[in-house]
Design a protein around this ligand. Structure first.
Ligand code: ATP
Ligand code: MG
Length: 356
């Protein structure tokens, strides 16, 4: 029987609660006759590691992860450590170290969830946002000089390469092609940013020729936010730069009902390295350690992890179990207006996997 090696990095805050819940659900799936097993290895990196060692993860951390089949990540963020230190010291270090250049964020309104768009049925909102995850606005290029002086300057350069844009565009077209509607919206800001974003548009048109069966259009990022609210059904797959997609996917998560539900995958499409799956929410220190965190975002991330491993049947089983749990308001956590606890939601999903 195949055993998948999964690295678990709970990180900070509620990551320490939702990742063990994710492991429990994956074990329940394996125990329910999925036909494969898991070997989990946990890594205690994050804020606590930083306080003990002065860094978020050890220098040879990537080496420890390299042989894994996939990574399940919680969240990195600690009120005592600057946000850019936690982000660059752990999550981005893994994303960049393993060239996980495609960040994939599915959004749907799950059964039983009271989403804010009242005119929108679950059928109207079924998106996947593809975020360029390796360059652009978050390339880390820039600098700061003359700190504290009147002539102080600071720059963050949005750096885009032809190779980087071509590969994310190809990934997005391929993903759109695999979905029933075969529809891709290329998000840009090429009216105001007239260098890199114009190249982005040009490369989109070039790559589009390789996918004649995919319908595609262009949308400016500001107009796109309005379109997500006013005409959600006109969108299916979207591709956007690192910063733009970051913002669009928080909006998407909110429109689907809660940050606590939304999953994401940081994917190396070439499979040279392990890919990493995580809920999109942060460490949420306001509710940490109380058993109140919604684990659904982590469970849905586990569905993405299984799909990445090629275990489509098991992924569909887990998604069904998740949807039958969200359909029951008695199993909603506080972020969804309910009173259920992390453990209630976890055992309900495990129970449905055992007794389907
Ligand atoms: P970070 O700084 O790591 O981004 P954060 O404290 O900003 O973390 P977010 O994840 O951005 O936290 O979430 C904002 C708020 O939404 C949290 O403070 C929390 O109240 C709520 N929230 C987020 N995720 C969940 C969840 N899984 N379950 C319940 N509530 C959540
Ligand atoms: Mg936050």
């Amino acid at each position: 029987m195949k055993t998948y090696r999964i690295a678990c990095i709970p990180g900070d805050g509620i990551g320490k609660e939702v990742i063990p819940a994710g492991q429990e659900v994956l074990q329940a799936l394996a125990a329910a006759g999925a036909g494969f097993g898991f070997a989990f290895t946990s890594f205690g990196w994050g804020g606590d590691w930083y306080r003990a060692h002065g860094q978020m993860m050890p220098d040879d951390g990537l080496e420890a992860l390299r042989g894994m089949d996939a990574i399940l990540f919680g969240s990195a963020g600690d009120p005592q450590i600057p946000d850019h230190v936690t982000l660059w010291g752990l999550r981005l270090k893994i994303c960049q170290g393993f060239d996980q250049y495609a960040n994939v964020r599915p959004t749907r309104i799950l059964p039983g969830i009271d989403a804010p768009l009242k005119r929108c049925t679950p059928r109207d909102l079924d998106w996947v946002i593809v975020r360029e995850n390796s360059e652009g606005e978050y390339a880390g290029v820039g600098g700061r000089a003359h700190q504290g002086h009147p002539i102080e300057v600071a720059t963050d350069v949005s750096m885009m390469t032809r190779a980087g844009v071509e590969r994310i565009m190809r990934f997005a077209f391929r993903l759109a092609q695999s979905r029933p509607r075969k529809l891709l919206t290329v998000v840009t800001k090429s009216n105001a940013q007239r260098h890199a974003m114009v190249m982005w548009d040009q490369i989109a048109a070039e790559v589009a020729r390789e996918f004649p069966d995919v319908r595609w259009d262009k949308e400016l990022v500001d107009a796109c936010t309005a379109r997500m609210v006013n005409r959600p059904a006109s969108l299916d797959t979207l591709v956007a730069t690192n910063l733009h997609a970051d913002i669009l996917s928080d909006l998407a998560a909110a429109l689907a009902g809660s940050l606590g539900i939304a999953p994401t995958g940081n994917i190396d499409p070439e499979r040279r390295y392990p890919s990493m799956f995580e809920p999109i929410h942060g460490s949420a220190f306001d509710i940490m350690g109380q058993g109140l965190a919604n684990p659904i975002g982590t469970f849905w991330s586990c569905v993405m992890l299984l799909e990445h491993l090629g275990e489509h049947e098991a992924a569909a089983r887990l998604m069904q179990a998740i949807e039958s749990v969200t359909a029951d308001p008695a199993l909603h956590t506080g972020d969804l207006g309910g009173k259920a606890r992390t453990a209630d939601v976890t055992s309900a999903v495990c129970h449905r996997l055992k007794n389907r």
